[in-house]
Design a protein around this ligand. Structure first.
Ligand SMILES: C[S@@+](CC[C@H](N)C(=O)[O-])C[C@H]1O[C@@H](n2cnc3c(N)ncnc32)[C@H](O)[C@@H]1O
Length: 321
């Protein structure tokens, strides 16, 4: 299938699978199996003896992956969970991998289904939860209940929205008149909070004026940075049994920075003051960075799949204990 299904095209597919240094018979965790594009390619590389643990917190995506990979069903364990439970899941299944892949964020199907509330292009409930079965707080709950300052911080930090303060103020005024329950109402309120010139400028660049705010709200609803922060040390610990590769694809500068800083810190964990002649903290590296610069998609991939344009792939080799 080459990483393409009806709704989602896998990003940096060959680069990621190559980065994992796979061989026949290895064990792999795909912690964001999505529609199973990377997983399918992984299965081709690890052969009949290989095993995969496939995790996704979105049940409908997990089912899509299950169908797509039905050919390999005896070799795969599917787990419906958030990936910040990785270590517990690995122990529960006695599954210690040689490689882990994290392809962060959401899949195209999330944007295409109006009922999930991720998109300003279709009207639907302002929801955005990846797992409505365990997550209580919807996007509309945050918009309705958060303080103006908290909303401003969300839009500024996760969306790098230059007009975060103005937008937060307009939303708070609007919510007193009518709760913001739909994506359309929310998108309109954000758009009309912007200065006319910025609104027009964004439209001219073929960007919906509420794009950044939608992304920021999605990151907040799903605690995407918290999930990443919690999973990285767990990934290292479960890979330490055999040693192996960790590949992370991120789509947001804050995520990429977190992965980069984590890898730098783990590759040189010494906390001795810089003027100490020899290390006395005795902290040893847990990993080696494979690529100093992240791998990014080719122009060809971006032309074929515009969603890939912000992707960055970082790879680390975890040492066995
Ligand atoms: C970019 S898609 C993965 C696509 C997949 N690699 C493929 O080739 O089809 C990201 C997936 O990760 C899932 N996801 C996002 N955050 C998650 C989390 N914290 N825990 C588990 N799954 C998560 C989403 O539901 C989505 O299915």
């Amino acid at each position: 299938m080459g990483g393409v299904d009806a709704c989602h095209t896998s990003v940096l597919l060959n680069e990621t699978v190559e980065a994992l240094s796979l061989e026949q018979g290895l064990r792999v965790i795909d912690a964001t199996v999505g529609h199973g594009g990377h997983a399918e390619k992984i299965m081709e590389n690890i052969g009949h003896e290989g095993r995969l643990l496939a995790i996704d917190c979105d049940f409908s995506n997990l089912e899509k992956a299950r169908q797509r990979l039905s050919h390999y069903k005896k070799q795969i364990i599917f787990v419906h969970s958030h990936f910040d439970q990785l270590e517990r899941i690995a122990h529960e299944h006695d599954f210690f991998p040689h490689a882990i892949v994290l392809d962060l964020g959401v899949s195209s199907s999330h944007f295409d289904d109006p009922a999930r509330g991720f998109s300003f292009l279709h009207n639907g409930p302002l929801d955005m939860r990846l797992d409505p079965t365990t997550q209580q707080e919807r996007a509309c709950d945050i918009i309705q209940n958060a303080s103006e300052n908290h909303l401003k911080n969300i839009f500024e930090k996760y969306g790098e929205e230059a007009h975060a303060r103005r937008i937060a103020h307009a939303l708070v005024k609007q919510r007193m008149k009518m709760p913001m329950m739909t994506t359309q109402l929310f998108a309109e309120c954000v758009e009309y909070a912007l200065p006319v010139r910025d609104r027009a400028l964004r439209r001219k660049k073929h960007q919906h004026p509420a794009t950044k705010v939608f992304q920021a709200l999605r990151i907040a609803v799903n605690d995407e940075l918290g999930q990443l922060e919690r999973v990285l040390p767990q990934a290292v610990r479960v890979l330490q049994k055999h040693g192996g590769r960790l590949a992370v694809i991120s789509f947001h500068s804050l995520e990429d920075r977190m992965v980069k800083q984590f890898c730098v810190q783990q590759s040189n964990p010494c906390v001795c003051p810089p003027d100490f002649p020899v290390c006395s903290c005795n902290k040893t590296p847990t990993l080696a960075i494979v690529n100093r610069k992240p791998i990014i998609p080719t122009q060809k991939e971006i032309a074929h799949n515009v969603r890939s344009r912000s992707a960055k792939l970082r790879i680390a080799r975890i040492f066995s204990l």
